[in-house]
Write a protein that binds this ligand. Structure first.
Ligand code: PAF
Length: 286
């Protein structure tokens, strides 16, 4: 197999056979779950996997269960050939690319309904989302049985929900949270940035500036509700058409934080720029 090529498996049976051979040889295994359209953020997860393990599996599956009927499942960017090349060049070992029928066969009827870290924020606007994410991640974990799975802090609530699920269900792997990778101006890398027009792309960085500014204010002792309200107004003034939330939450439990408590906190925001919904977050005191 050349430097631009990587093995691809399409069935759980094939995946398990490959992983079983690696295990027999004593190799450790990392999983990087993705929906493809790879950018430097995904590749940094693969690199972290390679630092920790002998073998890295990347799943590429645009998961229908986490999209509502009015969302972008059909238009979500699909760049499989390019993704294979990038993952191979990064030194990855195997792409796990099931079809929807392989992941959710006829008669599939079990869904995970996470609570706790899944309460509020994204769930207030995408009520179906974390059930879809948790269900597919649980399946990806039990299909692959990795030692570690890498998740970006860019989707911070997702990271917390998956960590909680692994803890609650005693799944035998460790979740590794990896720092958000940003464009030179600070915009968090995301496959959905491809939807932005040139002028929206220039405006988009305001979401990073706003969460950073709210974090600075909270760190400096500002009143949290006022700082979040000012952040939302700044996003609207920058050209965002709708602000879903600007919030400060406990960095581990994602419970609401109304006043500084000494525990690590996170500022999270979601807002619409034209037809694109952007999310971002930073640590208070980072
Ligand atoms: O973050 C994503 O790309 C997806 O939500 C994930 C974790 C691959 C589950 O489909």
């Amino acid at each position: 197999m050349g430097a631009d090529q990587v093995q691809v498996v399409r069935t759980t049976k094939e995946l398990r056979a490959v992983v079983k051979d690696w295990r027999r040889a004593g190799d450790s295994v990392a999983l990087v779950p993705t929906m493809g359209a790879l950018h430097a953020g995904h590749l940094s997860l693969a690199e972290e996997g390679l630092r920790r393990c002998d073998r890295v599996v990347m799943s590429i599956f645009v998961n229908p269960a986490q999209f509502a009927a009015n969302e972008d499942l059909d238009s979500y960017p699909r760049t499989f050939e390019d993704d294979m090349r990038k993952f191979a060049q990064a030194g990855g070992h195997l792409i796990w690319a099931p079809t929807a029928g392989e992941m959710y066969p006829e008669g599939f009827a079990t869904r995970i309904q996470p609570q706790g870290a899944a309460t509020g924020l994204e769930t207030d606007f995408r009520p179906h989302f974390f059930s879809g994410v948790a269900t597919v991640c649980c399946k990806l974990f039990t299909q692959t049985l990795p030692d570690f799975a890498m998740f970006g802090e860019k989707d911070y609530q997702q990271l917390c929900v998956v960590r909680q699920m692994v803890r609650d269900l005693d799944l035998p792997l460790e979740i590794v949270g990896c720092p958000t990778i940003r464009e030179p101006d600070g915009l968090a890398m995301s496959s959905r940035n491809a939807y932005l027009s040139d002028s929206e792309r220039k405006t988009a960085v305001a979401i990073y500036n706003v969460v950073s500014e709210v974090a600075r204010k909270v760190e400096g002792g500002a009143e949290i509700t006022a700082a979040c309200r000012a952040g939302a107004a700044d996003l609207a003034a920058a050209g965002f058409r709708e602000v879903d939330y600007v919030a400060v939450r406990d960095a581990e439990t994602l419970e609401e934080v109304r006043a500084a408590s000494g525990r690590p906190a996170r500022v999270l925001a979601a807002a619409w720029l034209g037809k694109t919904r952007l999310i971002d977050n930073v640590a208070v005191g980072s």
